[in-house]
Design a protein around this ligand. Structure first.
Ligand code: HEM
Length: 208
C-alpha cells in the first residue's frame, strides 16, 4: 500500500525526505502565507461585527472601529498588516518555487493552482482597500471600473458584476462586500486545501 493511499498516511506519512525539513529550502513562505490567511479570517470576522457597509457609513464605521470599539484598532491593524504580509509572502513563495524549479513536472498542476491563489490574494487585497470607503477607495474603484469597461462588448457588464456601481467618493458596494467577505475567502480556502493535498500527491516538497 502506498503512503498516500489513505487519509491517515496522507496527514501523517511514515517518512518524509530529510531535505523537506530544512527551513532553508522553503523558508516556510507557503506556511507563513497560510498563517496570514488564518489571522485574516479571524480578524475579518471580528471586524464584520462593527463594519457598516454603505456609501456614507463605511468610512465612518472604520474610524469607529479604530478609535472607539475596545481593541478595534488592534484588530483592524492585525487585519491590515496580515493582508499586506500575505501579498509579500505569497510573491516570495512563488519566487522560491521558481528558484528551486519546483514548477516543473510533476508539480506543474500545483504551479497553476498557485497562480490562481496569487490572483485571489491580490483581488482580496484590492477589494479590502475598496471597503475602507475613503476617497482613495472611490478613486481606485473608478480606475478599476474604467479599465474593465474598456473591454469591448462585455466590459461594462463585467465591471458591474465585479464592483457593482461604486461612487467615486467611496468605492464600497454590496457586491464588493460579498466578494471580499464571503466568496473570495471561501474559494481561497478550498483552493489552498487542494494546494496542500497536491504537494503530498506530487511527492512532497523535495529537490527535483
Ligand atoms: C495562498 C497562497 C499560497 C499558500 C498558502 C501556499 C502554501 C504552500 C505551502 C505550505 C507549500 C509547502 C512548501 C512551502 O512552504 O514553501 C507550498 C508549495 C508549493 N507552492 Fe504554494 N502556496 C501559495 C501560493 C502559491 C503560488 C502563488 C505558487 C506559484 C504560482 C505556488 C506554487 C507552489 C508549488 C509549485 C509548490 C510545491 C513546491 C515544491 O515542491 O518545492 N504556491 N505552497
Amino acid at each position: 500500500m502506498k503512503d498516500h493511499t489513505t487519509f491517515i498516511n496522507h496527514i501523517r506519512p511514515r517518512s518524509i525526505p530529510s531535505r523537506a525539513l530544512s527551513v532553508f529550502y522553503t523558508f516556510c513562505l507557503g506556511g507563513l502565507s497560510f498563517l496570514a490567511f488564518l489571522v485574516l479570517g479571524i480578524t475579518g470576522l471580528l471586524l464584520m461585527f462593527h463594519y457598516q457597509l454603505g456609501e456614507s457609513t463605511s468610512f465612518g464605521s472604520i474610524l469607529t472601529i479604530s478609535s472607539v470599539i475596545p481593541y478595534g484598532g488592534v484588530i483592524r491593524n492585525l487585519h491590515y498588516w496580515a493582508g499586506q504580509l500575505m501579498v509579500v509572502t505569497v510573491n516570495l513563495h512563488m519566487l522560491r518555487v521558481v528558484w528551486t524549479h519546483s514548477y516543473k513536472p510533476p508539480k506543474q498542476l500545483n504551479w497553476l493552482v498557485g497562480i490562481a491563489l496569487l490572483m485571489l490574494v491580490l483581488f482580496l487585497d484590492f477589494t479590502g482597500y475598496l471597503l475602507i470607503g475613503s476617497q482613495e477607495s472611490g478613486a481606485a474603484a473608478t480606475v478599476a471600473v474604467n479599465i474593465l469597461g474598456l473591454i469591448p462588448g462585455i466590459g461594462a457588464g463585467l465591471a458591474q458584476s465585479i464592483f457593482g456601481e461604486p461612487s467615486a467618493l467611496s468605492g464600497s458596494t454590496l457586491v464588493v462586500y460579498v466578494w471580499h467577505c464571503v466568496v473570495l475567502p471561501m474559494i481561497l480556502l478550498l483552493l489552498q486545501l487542494y494546494h496542500f493535498w497536491r504537494i503530498r500527491r506530487d511527492g512532497g516538497v523535495r529537490p527535483l
